[in-house]
Design a protein around this ligand. Sequence first.
Ligand code: URA
Length: 213
Amino acid sequence: MRIPKSLAEEVIAASRDFPLEGFVYGNGPVKPAMMLVGEAPGETEIHNGVPFSGRAGKELMAFLEGLGLSREEVYITSAVRSRPYRWGKRNNRDGTVTERKYNRPPTQKEITAHAPILDYELSHVQAPVIVTLGNIGLRRLAGTDYKVGDCHGRFIRTPVRRLQDGAFVWSDRDYLLFPTFHPAAIFYNRSLQEKIAEDQEKLRHFLKTGVSS
Ligand code: URA
């Protein structure tokens, strides 16, 4: 499934004043084993156009492998489809300093500008479960009261937020969400590895049995 090019172009035009670069399409079958919702692409992804193909992607592929799934069997997307960046300084080994772009989390305005894409994907992709990776994807869908640290590893049946006339409203139907940590989170906090493994086991059980309680 791929969103229409015209929709991508509309969103790119609506976000042109934000410090965002590139555009990466979500990727996967219309009826995937599950849908994954991340944060935003990084530098690697905007260069090769493949979601989760950088360092975090390696962790995510290991997570999928543990579930007996390949990239081709899942639908992968994120709250924002362009790379949010900020300028920063890098101290080089030779003593010189260069300016470069660093990844940063997307802002609320950027998430809102890109919302029509995820809304379209949600209404066209038929996934039995939506796995949110980190707080950005979780809050985009379930609302800003949710925190991944508190609700990871639980199945949550809930309406999700979608954009209507510039504001978020709740969907008419429920979706089954399964929040877990963003795969990049372990780079900063190795102790999350155990929690991610527990979440993975619960998801594996669901994929095998269809039981989400
Ligand atoms: N993080 C995301 O959320 N998405 C990507 O594609 C890469 C890193």
